[in-house]
Design a protein around this ligand. Structure first.
Ligand SMILES: C[S@@+](CC[C@H](N)C(=O)[O-])C[C@H]1O[C@@H](n2cnc3c(N)ncnc32)[C@H](O)[C@@H]1O
Length: 267
């Protein structure tokens, strides 16, 4: 690993700094996704044979009904998954290139684990081969970062001072038209992209969520570009936004995701 040139930098990232941050923030990320995962789980049936792509620490894998296999490129996260979900098979591999058993699964799911492929059409094409003729694909991905308060609060503040990338995101998963096109090209039909908005608990209090926001590489890069004076103003604006969203049980923002579903294109 990596066994090919595909996704080399993402594979390194998810076996290095991204895995460390994901593990350090595991509880927070679970809280953020808590109201989103039921939308995905509602699509699984008890008899389904399921593949969980980009399964990470196995939080969705554990919650899924039926017979389930987890697939991920990250050994540190798979180690946690194997410990926390005993009896479930976890495989280490790149969903874009991994030799999956043909026509083996009723359902391929992912909770924010399919957004990192350097060739999404090839990756979904590989996943398609592992679905039975009646099989379904269902995954969650983030909407545009400016529509999603998890990322939008720092980005909006930097933007007011002219320090934010334009466009903010080149992520094709933030664009329902691009998602439909890439899945159609990969051989899927009946693609549906449903916009979800759910409350997400971002942290326990304002200092906690400020620490989380300023720990992200995107915000650190923006601070470095903007300089200390602008960074101090941005910080004050963010604190005000998070204070306005503080409840007795924590700081709650509005998460915006897409629930994407599709079926195999008839042969
Ligand atoms: C944002 S995390 C989501 C983890 C998990 N699904 C969850 O919701 O907790 C993204 C996951 O996708 C995995 N990943 C990234 N690229 C991948 C690839 N090409 N094939 C399989 N997994 C991949 C990462 O290692 C990571 O575990």
């Amino acid at each position: 690993m990596p066994d090919s040139l595909a996704n080399r930098s993402e594979i390194e990232r998810w076996n290095g700094p991204a895995a460390q941050r994901w593990l350090a923030e595991r509880e927070r990320h679970a809280a953020i996704r808590h109201r989103l995962l039921p939308h995905l789980l509602a699509l699984s049936r008890p008899d389904d044979v399921v593949l969980d792509v980009g399964c990470g620490c196995g939080d969705l894998t554990r919650a899924l009904a039926g017979s389930v296999t987890g697939l991920d490129v990250s050994e540190p996260l798979l180690e946690v998954a194997r410990r926390s979900v005993p009896g479930v098979e976890f495989r280490r591999g790149d969903a874009q290139t991994y030799p999956l058993p043909p026509a083996a699964y009723d359902l391929i799911v992912s909770s924010f684990g399919v957004m990192f492929f350097d060739d999404p059409v090839a990756a979904f094409g590989n996943l398609r081969t592992a679905l039975r003729a009646s099989g379904r694909l269902a995954f969650l991905c983030w909407q545009d970062p400016l529509a999603n308060e998890i990322f939008a609060i720092p980005l909006r503040a930097f933007r007011r001072y002219g320090f934010a990338p334009d466009p903010i995101s080149r992520d094709s998963f933030a664009d329902p038209g691009a998602i439909s096109a890439m899945l159609a090209e990969a051989g899927f039909a009946e693609v549906q992209v449903d916009a979800l908005r759910e409350p997400a608990r971002l942290g326990s209090d304002v200092p906690d969520v400020m620490g989380y926001a300023f720990g992200s590489s995107q915000v650190r890069d923006l601070v470095a570009a903007a300089g200390p004076e602008v960074a101090a103003r941005v910080r004050a604006e963010m604190e005000a936004e998070f204070t306005a969203r503080t409840r007795p049980d924590g700081v709650w923002v509005e998460a915006a995701a897409y629930l994407v579903t599709a079926r195999l294109m008839p042969a």
